[in-house]
Design a protein around this ligand. Structure first.
Ligand code: A2P
Length: 275
């Protein structure tokens, strides 16, 4: 393992592959995407989470190419957009994403939202995995009932479910289902899109550890076995969000963060969205 990766944690997926326990998220990174990914890779990140719908796969690809990091040391995720699921264009969509990323495989390919046609897309993703274009397959924004339906219809348990998860928005039902079924839970908007950072409870814990509120939240998620995908376009914050492997929280502190749940989403509800 390269020296800069020594401090990183990994999770084992049901596909047999390992996933680095924290990624840079690039949703809404816009024109800053390439620089943000470059900064992340320079500072030790090896896991980047993008999506066709973010419209920045090309920028992610450019930063990967510039980094010179061997492909096998990187973990790259992208996602199948809703319209391509509905249109049954899984294969074409993946090929387009690979071209934009400049890669010949992705480590993780995810169904972006639980739309009509997801089970059919899943069957195609399995074929693409068998052909070597994808290492592991999973879903995003699947609540417990969506997961149950997919497993029932396809007979396969996804490797990953990526959900909004942060102190104010904890879906305990999906968390327990993922744990019981060996699904790695990833957290999008792990910092509550920034809104969890102003909690006085978190500020007090942060002070006790001489860490920032963002670092405390990310450590809490890591301790719960969740893979957080914090987004930032600022190098100092990108560094800060990765500097979370050298401290721990007490059980009492973990419980204090658990108690901040308000079931309050910053993004759309997977049972009620219109895109
Ligand atoms: P920016 O990109 O300007 O740094 P989430 O990943 O939960 O959606 O949160 C992302 C938001 O939080 C973005 O607005 C990002 O802003 C901000 N952010 C990311 N990391 C930090 C940090 N360590 N401290 C403060 N704000 C942060």
């Amino acid at each position: 393992m390269p020296a800069e990766e020594e401090n990183m944690e990994y999770r084992k997926m049901n596909s047999g592959y390992e996933i680095p326990a924290l990624a840079l998220g690039v949703w809404q990174s816009g024109d800053d995407t390439e620089a943000a990914v470059e900064a992340a890779l320079k500072n030790g990140y090896r896991h980047i989470d993008t999506a066709a719908a973010y419209d920045n796969e090309e920028e992610v690809g450019k930063a990967i190419a510039k980094s010179g990091i061997p492909r096998e040391d990187l973990f790259i995720t992208t996602k199948l957009r809703n319209d391509d699921i509905r249109a049954g264009k899984t294969r074409e969509a993946l090929m387009e994403s690979l071209k934009k990323l400049g890669l010949d495989y992705v480590d993780l390919y995810l169904i972006h939202w639980p739309v009509e046609g997801s089970s059919k897309a899943w069957q195609e993703m399995r074929k693409l995995r068998d052909e070597g274009y994808i290492r592991s397959i999973g879903v995003c924004n699947f609540k417990k009932h969506h997961l149950e339906e997919l497993i029932e219809e396809t007979g396969e348990v996804p490797a990953v479910d990526q959900m909004e998860f942060n102190p104010q928005m904890q879906d305990e039902e999906v968390e327990a289902f993922c744990k019981d079924n060996g699904i790695v839970l990833e957290a999008w908007s792990p910092l509550g899109h920034g809104s969890s950072l102003s909690s006085p409870v978190i500020a007090e814990i942060a002070q006790a550890h001489k860490k920032s509120p963002a670092q405390v939240i990310l450590r809490w998620e890591l301790n719960k076995g969740i893979v957080p995908l914090p987004k930032s376009v600022h190098e100092n914050r990108i560094q800060e969000n990765f500097d979370v492997f050298d401290f721990d929280l007490t059980q009492d502190e973990m419980a204090k963060l658990d108690a901040l749940n308000e079931g309050k989403r910053t993004g759309p509800d997977p049972d009620n969205f219109d895109f």
